[in-house]
Write a protein that binds this ligand. Structure first.
Ligand SMILES: O=C(CO)[C@H](O)[C@H](O)COP(=O)(O)O
Length: 163
């Protein structure tokens, strides 16, 4: 697969290790920075790497930060992106299998590099299951377009006061 990778100043060693791991398994890695330990504003990296996915230049993006939470937020502000912050293989499996996520975010201050490799392994091996999950992803994408899911209907149990 073609995988575009970025890391901020908190995750350069993880980027090197994950990049080498991916390359050793035959994936094409596009290392889009940063390349030095200068402090960088991670939303810039997120915009760049997500554009690679949206343009079809990459099958997935991997975004590495300190915690990863801001990176996940930034990526998910970009229309068409479904970014998942994964700290373990369970979340990675659900992110791909159920959510059809196209950007993997990890926090180098949260998990070790060997855990990041295991997460990548599960991410790349898991296929989107479709079915009811496809309906939910379609709803996510409607929200992404600024549409309301509830404007023209009521859903039992949603928004009603509990007893
Ligand atoms: O994980 C992150 C955002 O979620 C960033 O890596 C983190 O916020 C950067 O902060 P600093 O400039 O203090 O290293």
């Amino acid at each position: 697969m073609r995988i575009a990778v970025v890391a901020d100043h908190n995750a350069l060693p993880m980027k090197a290790q994950v990049g080498a791991w991916l390359t050793a398994r035959g994936h094409e890695v596009d290392d889009r920075g940063v390349h030095a330990e200068e402090i960088v504003d991670y939303p810039l990296l997120c915009e760049d790497v997500c554009a690679q996915v949206l343009a079809g230049a990459a099958d997935f993006a991997i975004v590495l930060g300190g915690s990863g939470s801001g990176e996940q937020m930034a990526c998910n502000k970009i229309r068409g992106i479904r970014a998942a912050l994964c700290h373990d293989t369970f979340v990675a499996e659900v992110a791909r299998g159920n959510n059809d996520a196209n950007v993997l975010v990890m926090g180098a201050k949260v998990i070790a590099a060997d855990a990041a490799e295991r997460i990548c392994d599960v991410w790349l091996a898991t296929r989107f299951r479709g079915g009811r999950h496809a309906d939910r992803v379609a709803m996510i994408m409607a929200l992404d377009r600024g549409e309301s899911l509830l404007a023209d209907r009521t859903v039992p149990g949603v928004g009603a006061p509990g007893r």
